[in-house]
Design a protein around this ligand. Sequence first.
Ligand code: SF4
Ligand code: SF4
Length: 150
Amino acid sequence: MNDEKILNALAPCGLNCEKCYAHVDGEIRQYSRKLKNKLGNFAAYAEQFATLLDDPIFKKYPDFQAMLDYLAGENCKGCRKENCKLFKNCGVRSCHQGKDVDFCFQCNEFPCDKTNFDVNLQKRWVAINERIRQIGIEKYYAETRDKPRY
Ligand code: SF4
Ligand code: SF4
């Protein structure tokens, strides 16, 4: 994988947009679409199964279906191509363009207080960027490629 493809995957904050549930080509969205397709008209069966199989789990199917519809429907192209569709208040995207850096760890202000992240995400942002600085972008991408984002 070349640098450009890695840059399309990794946002300037270091999080992997391709593993975000909202990414148009992400596996979460793709598998959600497949599962939705495979389940077909399961909603009608779930209603019957609640009584026929005497199992109340099937009464929760509408909530599961709503979540699956949501995961299958998101379509963000990633932080380097459009504004984040989930975290509209993100301070990194617009800021890094003005700083002329690919990642926050390359910025002379890192770690700053401009991200608008909460405490947990701020800690994760610092850890990710320190790791990228330590081992380089290609190795970081390879190291995290098969791990879940969440
Ligand atoms: S820009 Fe935001 S919504 Fe889009 S893929 Fe990246 S994290 Fe997800
Ligand atoms: S000022 Fe902060 S958010 Fe902006 S590029 Fe530098 S480290 Fe990232």
